[in-house]
Design a protein around this ligand. Structure first.
Ligand code: COA
Length: 382
């Protein structure tokens, strides 16, 4: 009986070994292709940098060269072609790996965090928004409980959650940045400062000064969680609409439609944001007053300064968003019209060339990056 079992095991293993030969061949093929892919990526990156460098040189020369009046159309045509090339290079770059920033290199090492597929990029950003939404929900629940109950343990759990949350955001945002997100530097700095702020709150001794600020802080968190919810709806709305835009083909309608939706969303959100900033200023003011209290420890003036910094940075950055969005729309339209005219003009000259898909913005609003044209119209001209 025992011998029979061993024999059947041996037979099974031999059968498996035959299958292993197929696996081994597939794996070898995979490694070869992986190496080829790595080489192709390096080659493309090198050539792309070369293109950028030479475009820069040509641009510089065009500035210094004396233009004759009869050369005006030639210059315009060349400018449009260069603009189109810039767009093409940006598009290509999206599918190539990028170097990590300093922060990611320090905490993760030189691991590759580039997401090369548009769908995966979208999913990662969507997941980031969902993550913020869920943690904010948890934060809201804990702050409401904290307002009802007075538990030091729960207070500490809440502060620890904040430290972890903001720290995680800085990492996720750095990964988003590597993958082409146009998140402004301030929002990333804001999350670094918020990590420090939550850390200082965590180590603030629970003396009478702490209890004079505690309830105000919990109410502040309830309000901020509500604002974050509104922000989540707006950001997710932008993300999904821009993705839908990328699949449609009428740029004039889509840009107009998106911008009118965005302005409605922003005008609704902005008053709540500014009220939140006033709350941050009020926190800074109350903490400043408390810093003169005889029992005040060093955490009190530090927190006051941090709240003030966050208030100031948020206020200035958010106020700058409005004129920036106005400029962006004009720039995007001008740019589209220039490229679209160029592409269509070129199509008329080469009626056998299919009309390329008009360039459409990708996941970031106003991002000067466009979806892949279905054909490369100027290939023949080169
Ligand atoms: N945190 C993280 N990412 C942000 C961000 C923020 N506060 N604000 C904008 N971004 C991201 C956008 O999602 C977009 O990403 P993408 O390039 O990957 O698509 C990119 O930055 C560019 O966004 P931008 O066009 O500048 O702004 P927007 O229209 O997306 O949002 C605001 C404008 C004002 C609504 C937004 O910046 C905001 O909500 N700011 C307030 C944040 C705040 O104050 N939080 C504290 C609560 S009181």
């Amino acid at each position: 009986m025992m011998e029979l079992d061993i024999n059947s095991c041996l037979k099974d293993f031999e059968e498996l070994s035959e299958e292993f030969k197929t696996l081994s061949a597939s794996h070898k093929d995979y490694i070869t292709k992986l190496e080829a892919l790595g080489n192709l990526q390096s080659k493309c990156m090198k050539e792309l940098n070369h293109q950028r460098y030479r475009l820069g040189v040509i641009k510089k020369s065009m500035k210094t060269v004396k233009k004759k009046p009869d050369e005006k159309t030639v210059v315009e045509e060349l400018e449009k072609k260069m603009l189109h090339r810039k767009v093409q290079l940006q598009e290509m770059e999206e599918a190539l790996p990028k170097m990590n920033g300093l922060y990611l290199r320090i905490i993760l090492g030189n691991v590759n965090v580039s997401i090369l597929n548009k769908d995966d990029k979208f999913k990662y950003k969507d997941e980031y928004e969902k993550f913020k939404f869920i943690i904010n929900g948890i934060g809201l629940i804990i702050s409401v409980i904290n307002l009802i109950a007075n538990s030091r343990v729960l207070d500490l759990i809440f502060m620890f959650l904040l430290v972890w949350y903001y720290c995680t955001l800085t990492i996720r945002e750095s990964i988003l940045k590597v993958n082409g997100s146009r998140v402004k530097g301030w929002w990333r700095v804001h999350h670094f400062i918020s990590t420090v702020l939550s850390g200082v709150l965590l180590i603030w001794p629970n003396n009478s000064v702490y209890y004079q600020f505690r309830n105000q802080f919990m109410w502040f968190n309830v309000y901020i969680s509500f604002v974050q919810f509104l922000q989540f709806r707006y950001q997710r709305g932008c993300l999904y609409r821009l993705r839908a835009l990328g699949e449609r083909h009428n740029m004039d309608i889509t840009i107009e439609g998106f911008h009118s939706w965005m302005w409605r969303g922003l005008s609704f959100l902005l008053p709540f944001l500014f009220l939140g900033y006033l709350c941050q200023l009020y926190n800074a003011y109350v903490l400043y007053q408390l810093s003169y209290h005889p029992e005040a420890t060093w955490q009190v003036p530090v927190l006051s300064a941090l709240f003030f910094t966050v208030f100031f940075g948020n206020m200035v950055t958010t106020m700058m968003v409005i004129p920036q969005k106005l400029r962006e729309k004009v720039k995007l339209k001008e740019r589209f019209v220039a490229i679209d005219k160029y592409l269509r003009g070129h199509h008329r000259e080469n009626s056998d060339t299919p009309i390329p898909t008009p360039p459409i913005p990708s996941t970031s609003q106003g991002q000067e990056s466009f979806s892949e044209p279905t054909s490369e119209p100027d290939k023949k001209q080169q």
